[in-house]
Design a protein around this ligand. Structure first.
Ligand SMILES: [Zn+2]
Ligand SMILES: [Zn+2]
Length: 382
């Protein structure tokens, strides 16, 4: 095992399990076991999925360290890890595949049975245990790698090397927002020249806009309830923007794209946005649902329209980590996604709770990140 000098303790934003808040605590620095890498976290993205956990909308055992979208440098590698050494710049994806289960064997890392069984249901890493505990020894669950902390243990299958040309902190969003967007575009099979719409242009939605523009979709329609978010989407390349509070979104989109849209992404996970996304589809159109809904939310779809018009609706949760994460990094290095342009707010770790509060209030345009080394900085906004 190769080691750089590690501190005994670190700051981590701990979710107590019984309220939608985070408290920064000092807890022991975790150590990697076989097949794992300890990452010194540079930054962690602030994502709605963590909020669902914190609000109790998704069953998850607390107390826990949330945060599932990280970048940083390798601090230590566990036994059996090849290809990574201390100091390497890396990004970690929120889906951490075991590489061995029936789904992983088929290349469907996005459906890894071990990851969903151990991590998403129990808050463990893939071997069935957590690496995190409080200073008094009580166990802390890990939501993905528990990235809202100065160090995080990540299974090596969930890591990719970060190209030297890419910014270390901002690139954390490659691990969830961009990764999820990439998976959605792959699920849609979007081709250059097809029309595309994104309903809800937050962190994931704005990444879908950027990647769709890069892949040659035209026109690219953004639908949201916030003029500020729509202006952000336009800056990222959307050519048509529709405020669904201010106007009839279906009529406005159908006027801009006669016949309807070839590929529509739903990135919020509410019944009304799901139904709106479907209503925008062209004959033969494909809809990809990306937004996670609270609990047992259901939407209704007109059956005859779906059948008669040969439309497709499919879900996409993430992407196939081992195959796709390096592709996401390569796309970013190629200019297909500008992580810096997506990030509008930076918070120090001590203000992680404020970051999620602002996200819950709808105040975040694009993506906010928590920067670990920025402990003394004030919140900055561009
Ligand atoms: Zn996320
Ligand atoms: Zn697996």
């Amino acid at each position: 095992m190769t080691t750089v000098s590690l501190p005994e303790t670190m700051k981590a934003a701990v979710w107590p399990g019984d309220s939608a808040s985070l408290t920064v605590e000092r807890i022991p620095v975790p150590r990697p076991l076989a097949g794992e890498v300890l990452v010194r976290v540079a930054a962690c993205g602030v994502c709605h999925t963590d909020l669902h956990v914190m609000k109790g909308e998704v069953a998850f055992p607390g107390p826990a360290v949330v945060g599932h979208e990280i970048s940083g440098t390798v601090a230590e590698v566990g036994p059996g890890v090849v290809g990574y050494a201390p100091g390497d710049r890396v990004v970690g994806a929120f889906i951490m595949p075991c590489g061995e289960c029936a789904q992983c064997s088929k290349g469907r890392d996005d459906l890894c049975l071990t990851f969903f069984g151990e991590n998403r249901l129990k808050g463990n890493l893939l071997d069935g245990t957590s690496r995190l505990a409080r200073a008094d020894g009580t166990r802390l669950s890990m939501y993905s790698m528990g990235g809202m902390a100065e160090y995080a243990v990540v299974p090596v299958n969930a890591l990719a090397h970060l190209d030297a040309s890419l910014p270390l902190e901002e690139s954390c969003i490659l691990g969830c927002a961009v990764f999820t967007a990439y998976g959605a575009l792959a699920a849609a099979g979007l081709r250059a020249g097809e029309s595309m719409a994104v309903v809800a242009t937050g962190g994931v939605g704005s990444s879908i806009v950027q990647l769709g523009v890069h892949l040659g979709a035209t026109p690219v329609v953004a639908v949201d309830v916030s003029d500020e978010k729509l202006a952000g989407a336009r800056a990222l390349g959307a050519t048509v923007t529709v405020n669904s509070l201010a106007e009839d979104a279906v009529a406005a989109v159908r006027e801009a794209v006669p016949g309807g849209v070839d590929v529509v992404f739903e990135a919020l996970g509410r019944a009304e946005t799901f139904e709106l996304a479907h209503a925008l589809l062209a004959d033969g159109g494909r809809m990809v649902a990306v937004g996670i809904a609270a609990g047992a939310t259901a939407a209704s779809v007109p059956i005859t329209q779906l059948v008669r018009r040969g439309q497709t609706i499919r879900g996409s949760f993430g992407a196939r980590t081992r195959q796709d994460l390096p592709e996401v990094v390569a796309l970013a290095a190629d200019g297909g996604i500008d992580a810096r342009a997506s990030i509008t707010r930076r918070y120090p770790i001590d203000r992680a709770d404020d970051a999620y509060r602002d996200l819950a209030d709808g105040a975040v345009v694009g993506r906010a990140i928590v920067v670990m080394a920025g402990g003394r900085e004030a919140v900055s906004e561009r």
